[in-house]
Design a protein around this ligand. Sequence first.
Ligand SMILES: NC(=O)c1ccc[n+]([C@@H]2O[C@H](COP(=O)([O-])OP(=O)(O)OC[C@H]3O[C@@H](n4cnc5c(N)ncnc54)[C@H](OP(=O)(O)O)[C@@H]3O)[C@@H](O)[C@H]2O)c1
Length: 246
Amino acid sequence: MDRQHILLLGATGTSGLAFLDVISELAQKPKLTLYVRPSSATKLPPWTTSNSGIRVMEGNLENKEALRTAFSPSEDKSFPAVTTVISFLGAYLSLQAVLTRDQSHPIADAFQHAILPAVKDCKVSRILVLSTPTAFCLPEERKKMSWKWWFYTMIPLLFAPQGNAEMKGIAEAVIKAGAKHDQLEWTVFRVPHLKNDDPYAKVIAGRLDRTFEGGTDLSRASLVRWVLREVEEKHWVRRAPLLGNA
Ligand SMILES: NC(=O)c1ccc[n+]([C@@H]2O[C@H](COP(=O)([O-])OP(=O)(O)OC[C@H]3O[C@@H](n4cnc5c(N)ncnc54)[C@H](OP(=O)(O)O)[C@@H]3O)[C@@H](O)[C@H]2O)c1
């Protein structure tokens, strides 16, 4: 892990903050670049802004130039080029989006037009992004899904139309970029309901069919531990596992 330089998108969200908590406990830490919206840097825990292994870079997701700088080595060479991008980005729940059936997807657009092109330009070869089983489902999975999961995947469609549009657009943009750029080792990890409980809960990764033994809840810290393991093990490269706690 100490040879990695990870750029984290969504560091200021609940899963991003759980990621920073887990990192703070690691004996061997990766270098970290936290790419955050200018208005959100104050949400980061104070220890992250005074840590020599972490740099905070402010910019909007559509700013390709700022992204390229964030993926590149620092001028003083204390940070090498980014090796891995991890995204916990997603839309917030909003009553207005439910009522107006808003399906806009600015984050997915940024992936398509700025983040993934910058990843390619800067030769970053590994990207792991968060999506959901509702937003992205393989055709063969749809036929083999249990009734429980079918019902479960309907809920975000009704209550989070914008969040679902973002999750769908992000997964599709990453998979499409991976198809064009065969050096890109992508993983789309699909999460169910996120919670803040047991950080050491076992995480099951698999396909969304009747063989899946995971539940419909996932603790954020256990998700973070799974993502960090996957960065090292590369077990799910070019695949989209569904995750759930045992
Ligand atoms: N909660 C659940 O049970 C659940 C289940 C399945 C999927 N999800 C999805 O998983 C995502 C992560 O969940 P979470 O609860 O850990 O995160 P969260 O607290 O909702 O944080 C969302 C993150 O995305 C960023 N973000 C949101 N809109 C943005 C935009 N337009 N441009 C740039 N950045 C933007 C936020 O940045 P700022 O700090 O700058 O606002 C924040 O860092 C959720 O956003 C949701 O879509 C959630």
